[in-house]
Structure formats: C-alpha cells, structure tokens
Design a protein around this ligand. Structure first.
Ligand code: SF4
Length: 430
C-alpha cells in the first residue's frame, strides 16, 4: 500500500545539539531546527555539555544566519528550589531570539507565559500526550506545538492530526526508555540520579543477576538469552523503513533524539532523514526507500533498531538481549577546520596512520573515499597523527569547513552491528 500525504508542507527535520559544535554540524548537514539546553537550566540532558547563556545567544545568531530555528528545552519537572534560575534563562532566551521553548511542567509553562508572553511554547514528549482532548487542553493553555508521546501508533497519530488545533511533532530516531518517556525512578533509586531532572544513568540497560542474601558473591544468572539478561534494554527507535507512512501523517516536525551523542551521529542521522524527507516531497507517488539510507544509519552508534509503537505494540524482539552498550561501524576520523589554497586543514578526532582510508561525509549528500597521505604538521610529514592534532593534507576534493571524515572501526563492532542491522532489515521487509 502506498501512503500519500495530502499535506505537502514539509515537516522540519529537528536535530539535537548537545553543544555549540553539534549545532554547527546540524546546520551544515541539513537540519531545519535544533533543540538545545542551557547549563543548569531544567533540561533533560544534564550530562551533556550544553550551552552557556552567551553560547545560546551566539548559537541562535549562527543558526538564524543559516535559516535554522532554535528551540530551548526547559523540559524537566523542577521542584521549587530548581525554579529559581528559570526566569533569568527565559529572559535571556527571549533576548537571544529563541524560536520556541519546550516545556513539560505546567508551572514552567506559566512562568514562560508570564516572562515572555510572545514566546511560542512547544510541549515536550515528557508530558505524554496520547489523546486529542489533551491536545485541545494544551492549545487552550497557549501551546502551539505538541511533541507527541512515543507510545502512539500510526493510526492513533493520524486520527489526532486530523483534528489537532496545534502543530504536531513526532520522534523518528534515537534512544527510547523502557518506561513511559523517562517517567521512571530506577536511576533515582539505584544511583540517586533522577531521570526527570535529566540525570539518568540508564540502569535499565545493565546486566542483572540474582544474589541470595546468605550467599554473598554467588551471582545466580537470570537468563533470557545465552548468558545475558537485559530485561529493559530497549532497541533504538528508527522510523526510516516506514518513512512513507511517517510523511503521510502530515505532521510538522520529525525529531531525532541524541543530545548526548556525537557530531558524526548528528551529521549522519540528520542528513539521512533529510534525504528521505526530500525524496518523498519531490515525488510522493514514486517514493521508495533507498537501501543506502539504512546502511548510513547502521554506521552510527545504536543499540539495534525497531519501529517503537508506530506499527503496534513492541514485543520481545524489540529488546536488545545481545549487548548493553552501543555499536557502530564507523568513528569520526577528522573534521575539516579550514581551507588553505590546495591544502585542507583537518583536526584529528581519532588516531590516524598514513595510508588509512576514510570517507568524507560531504554536506551535499555525496560521500567520497579519502586516503590519509602526506599528512603535514608545521611543514613536517607525519606518519601518525594523534587525536586533536591539526594537520594539513591535499584532500583531492573540495570540502567545506565543518565537514566530517569517518573511518571504519574494529571488526568485532562491525560483526555485531551487521547482525543487528540484518535482523531489522529482514523484519521490516516481511
Ligand atoms: S533508567 Fe532507563 S527507562 Fe528509566 S529513565 Fe533511564 S533510560 Fe529511561
């Protein structure tokens, strides 16, 4: 069945920006909006570097110069003591020209209304909006966009969209909680770090065993699969294989999760979803999933992929029983700093050895092979380059400052990832 949207306004591709570098990467690789948090500012990625208030203003200016919107996340559930700094942050956000503030808590919502009455308000997925009456209620409180809960199916979102008085945004890619969007106390209980304050340590993904009180040190396995028990270790959301249905929803924003992830993750995920979105917009009837897009997403860090609740409730296949961390097939090798005539100045991000092959991730969507050769530092040829060193090289092509070069990582990682990716691809095609 072919799913065609009657609403042809393209949904904006929203990228995470955990720091200023990520914001620049997102702008370069095709994001139309970024969402970010400020330090100490009630955002759900307290562990990310985030932005100072000065960096927020600079980031907004940088993004606006490139036609990219900036949304500020104030989406924790702050207690009274944590509300104190918020008025100042909201004032700075208004002065900086932030395009919208993302909130969850109704107290924060009323605070933003009071301090910046003209500031558009987006409701975070943390508010768990799963029905149309809630959409109308939030609209009545001044919310202009609702980021829907991830626990919704295609049919449910379609029905809500048809009568929604507000813009809708959906998550298409990234990590998910086994609980309802972070409404969870496991991290608080085990590590005194509250998920709803943006400080989750992700203990749901740890490998657990059973210990009987009188036999300390004797760990009895609780096995689901050969020697492993990852009871709550959800795979990552990936709606790329059902992009035709996602587009047919006619929603206003497609969001990529990951303010704690890397520049390479952002560049790859943003560019891939932008390509798929644009391909659909150019030819809805003829839209077909390009297998290379899925291969691209297999190269960035992930826990294996699934389609969340979009096609119905997840089942046991959507838990990752094989490993608790991330896998990826590629690392960031280097970043283009500047162009000096025929030479390109790179900043190494991983160790480089002469003769090593990499892949230039061009911001125009074309990847190209690159060999690290004749790497020069202060006029001397170097066979090895350490992370963070700047070196010059003739690239053999015309990169732009900020573009990234990736390289394959170890064989072990590749094998695991390949299996996870193959399994997902097989399930999606049946
Ligand atoms: S412990 Fe797991 S389920 Fe709970 S908030 Fe953290 S990531 Fe989500």
């Amino acid at each position: 069945m072919r799913y065609i949207s009657h609403v042809m306004k393209p949904p904006e591709i929203l990228s995470p920006a955990g720091n200023p570098e990520h914001l620049e990467t997102a702008c370069l690789y095709g994001a139309e909006a970024v969402y970010l948090g400020v330090r100490g500012g009630a955002n759900l990625r307290a562990g990310a570097r985030n932005f100072s208030l000065d960096e927020l203003a600079q980031g907004v200016s940088y993004a606006h110069d490139r036609g990219v919107r900036v949304y500020l996340t104030l989406n924790t559930y702050p207690h009274d003591a944590q509300m104190e700094g918020l008025p100042d942050i909201v004032s700075h956000a208004r002065e900086a020209g932030v395009d919208a503030v993302i909130v969850s808590d109704i107290g924060v919502l009323s605070l933003v209304r009071e301090i910046a009455p003209d500031m558009p308000l987006h409701l975070s997925t943390q508010a768990n909006t799963v029905n149309s009456r809630a959409l109308r209620a939030w609209a009545g409180l001044g919310v202009s966009r609702v980021i829907l809960a991830r626990e919704l199916s295609f049919e449910e979102i379609s029905r809500m969209k048809a009568i929604s008085p507000v813009e809708l945004e959906v998550f298409v890619h990234g990590g998910v909680c086994i609980s309802v969007s972070g409404r969870c106390l496991i991290s608080n209980y085990l590590c005194s770090r509250d998920a709803n304050q943006g400080r989750c340590t992700q203990p749901c993904r740890w490998d657990y065993a059973l210990v009987e009180r009188s036999r300390q040190g004797a760990y009895m396995p609780v096995e689901e699969r050969d020697g492993y028990t990852f009871l709550f270790n959800s795979k990552d959301l990936c709606l790329l294989p059902v992009m035709d249905r996602v587009m047919a929803l006619g929603v206003d924003g497609l969001k990529i999760e990951g303010r704690g992830r890397t520049a390479l993750y952002i560049a790859t995920a943003v560019q891939t979803y932008r390509k798929a979105r644009d391909a659909y917009m150019n030819n809805p009837q003829g839209f077909a999933l390009n297998p290379e897009w899925m291969q691209e997403l297999g190269k960035i860090s992930n826990r294996g992929y699934f389609t969340g609740f979009f096609l119905g409730s997840p089942d046991e296949q959507d838990i990752n029983y094989d490993f608790s961390g991330y896998v990826h097939t590629h690392h960031l090798a280097a970043k283009v700093k500047e162009i000096k005539g025929e030479l390109t100045v790179f900043e190494a991000r991983n160790p480089l050895i002469e003769g090593m092959e990499g892949e230039w991730l061009s911001s125009d969507g074309m990847s190209r092979k690159i060999v690290f050769w004749n790497m020069m530092i202060e006029g001397c040829r170097r066979e090895r380059i350490r992370p963070n060193e700047l070196f010059e090289m003739k690239a053999g092509f015309a990169p732009l400052p900020g573009e990234l070069v990736r390289k394959p990582c170890s064989e072990g990682d590749k094998v695991i990832r390949k299996e996870a990716c193959n399994t997902f691809a097989t399930r999606m095609s049946t």
